[in-house]
Design a protein around this ligand. Structure first.
Ligand code: URA
Length: 190
């Protein structure tokens, strides 16, 4: 499986199917435990991510790591983190629908190889594409939806929490919902 994931990553490194490919310094494929039962999906790489080739390594990433740590989750141990698009959109703009569509094929294959039981969508872009087009983060954050064999939940993007501290209380509650789902599914994170 590791080899298959590596092969997929190499395929992505040669991808120029959308204009974001030309602009990247590094592909941001994903990071974490490839056998993780829990996966997080953000929007797209920012400047730091593009420079380092890793997701969520800037300010948002530090906040995400803090929230993960509250549940004994850790990108180096028991979760996998990826994005809707694997190349940085210029000036940190939202990925365009056509860019997301092209990259979704890669994400789906990545999910099939990792086989998470839970996917947490970080922010509107991921939640609307992976859960439902009319998903409203403000109204539906913390709710679980079963899609096939996978339990999916949408919560606030960490950048939104940095912009608006008042949302942090709700985000913490979402992580408690996640904790309960992990327990309910008897997922062993240790
Ligand atoms: N924001 C995202 O959505 N993904 C990252 O990897 C970094 C910031």
């Amino acid at each position: 499986m590791e080899n298959e994931l590596l092969a997929l990553e190499n395929e992505c490194k040669n991808c120029y199917k959308c204009p974001l490919g030309k602009g990247r310094t590094n592909l941001v494929f994903g990071t974490g435990n490839e056998n993780a039962r829990i996966m997080f999906v953000g929007e797209g790489p920012g400047e730091q991510e593009d420079l380092q080739g890793l997701p969520f390594v800037g300010k948002s990433g530090r906040l995400l790591d803090l929230y993960l740590s509250l549940l004994d989750l850790d990108r180096n141990k028991n979760v996998y983190i990826a994005n809707m698009v694997k190349c940085r959109p210029p000036h940190n703009r939202d990925p365009k629908p056509e860019e997301t569509e092209v990259c979704l094929g890669y994400l789906r294959r990545q999910v099939k190889l990792i086989k998470p039981q839970i996917i947490v969508c970080l922010g509107r872009i991921a939640a609307q594409r992976l859960i439902s087009p009319d998903f409203r983060v403000t109204r539906q954050h913390g709710e679980f939806f079963k899609k096939g064999e996978i339990y999916m939940m949408g919560t606030f993007h960490p950048a939104a929490l940095l912009r608006d501290e008042a949302k942090k209380k709700d985000a913490l509650a979402d992580f408690q919902c996640l904790r309960r789902k992990i327990e309910e599914l008897s997922i062993n994170i240790y």
